[in-house]
Design a protein around this ligand. Sequence first.
Ligand SMILES: Cc1cc2nc3c(=O)[nH]c(=O)nc-3n(C[C@H](O)[C@H](O)[C@H](O)COP(=O)(O)OP(=O)(O)OC[C@H]3O[C@@H](n4cnc5c(N)ncnc54)[C@H](O)[C@@H]3O)c2cc1C
Length: 430
Amino acid sequence: MDHAPTYYAATAKNRVDYPSLETDIEADVVIIGGGFTGVATAVELAERGLDVVLCEANKIGWGATGRNGGQITGSLSGEKAMAREFRRTIGDKAADYVWNIRWRGHDIIRERVKKYNIDCDLVFGHLQTALTQAQLAELNATYAQGCTKGMADDLELVPKEKIGDYLETDIYQGGLLNRRNMHVHALDLCFGQAQVVRKLGGRIFENSEVTHIEHGERPLVRTKTGSVRAQKILLAGNAYHLLERKKLNGKLFPASLANMATEPLSQSDADAINPHRLAVYDSRFVLDYYRLTADYRLMFGGGTNYSGVDTPDVARQLIPALERTFPRLKGIKAEFCWSGLDGITLNRIPQVGRINDNVFYVQGYSGHGIALSHILGEITAQCMAGDGSEFEIFENVNHWHLPLNRKLGSLLIAIGMLYYKIKDKLEKYP
Ligand SMILES: Cc1cc2nc3c(=O)[nH]c(=O)nc-3n(C[C@H](O)[C@H](O)[C@H](O)COP(=O)(O)OP(=O)(O)OC[C@H]3O[C@@H](n4cnc5c(N)ncnc54)[C@H](O)[C@@H]3O)c2cc1C
């Protein structure tokens, strides 16, 4: 299946088409899924000299990777749970580990883009905004914590009266500027890394859905027209794959996230609404997020459908929030509208583990997967190359398991999330 009709698919510069798997081949590692998890891990493995094959059911970046908001932030939605769970393996070092890991994906992406000269519109600068005084207090606390961790130069609290220097809107009570966070053309970042895999000798196959895994000392994956026998397998299909149900059922639930890009703004409108080209999100549980693309479109996302069903009319859902934020843009047209699935975990910690000794899985970023997928790509490759110490920190996390099928599980999560949506609605917004 071709890419969804996204801004990214329409404007990507690094697209390469790959063949489908038509024969029986061998490799050190076979990766199932060509999103950020699969492709970033493939880069890491190929850099370590392993012979890697990647099978993607559709096109590289077809899933959440080619549909997201492109915001690379230090947000970890399961951060408190992570600090608690990681203690199981690394004791008192857990809190520092969680703090440091939130920036590790930034380093990996920045250095990879530079090293391999990946053209992907990488821009620094992000503003987290507060709609209420309570949210502002949380941003103040984040700022104070960042300063004690040596990030004072990267952070700046923006009071309500200064928001106008950054955004042409009066809906916020203030914000926290973060110069380390970035935004990116997500599909070009993924395509660019796929090209790196190929240059380093890895083999990529598109339109090659893995239908079956045969376990054993040297496991095998089968597609309709070929197979790959390998030492190790990585399942990187996130919310889109249904393999290994016996072990993985009831762990991960798909949520549908909506996103759109407007027609291009004039340079003067772009300069007026967001002169510093910041990526922005607010501090609600179900938040709005937006940024300007390289060609001056406003990419605007929001709303999460935890029932896992795609949003039927994305523009109708998002345009009112966009116009409320930027009255100047009243009447603007949405040129691209789409939605995509991301895997939600109950404790908001990514799920990382092994089905058995040689079949690994990494999934479930709960809406914050760009940095995390790159971090876990590095950690998984380290493990496959012989050092499992960091992989085990994640692997030892206790994950809830709902003995329900996906539909019922998603329904239960949707009901749980309703609480947060109502809580958001009841807060007093201007
Ligand atoms: C609308 C939206 C906005 C988002 N915004 C942000 C954001 O701004 N910042 C952020 O950090 N995160 C964001 N995310 C989350 C982020 O995009 C994801 O967490 C991340 O891209 C997940 O990458 P992945 O490779 O694990 O999964 P995916 O990108 O979903 O890739 C999985 C791939 O596996 C393939 N596959 C499935 N089954 C098989 C099979 N049997 N055989 C072969 N291939 C298979 C699929 O075709 C797919 O291409 C957003 C997500 C969405 C949907």
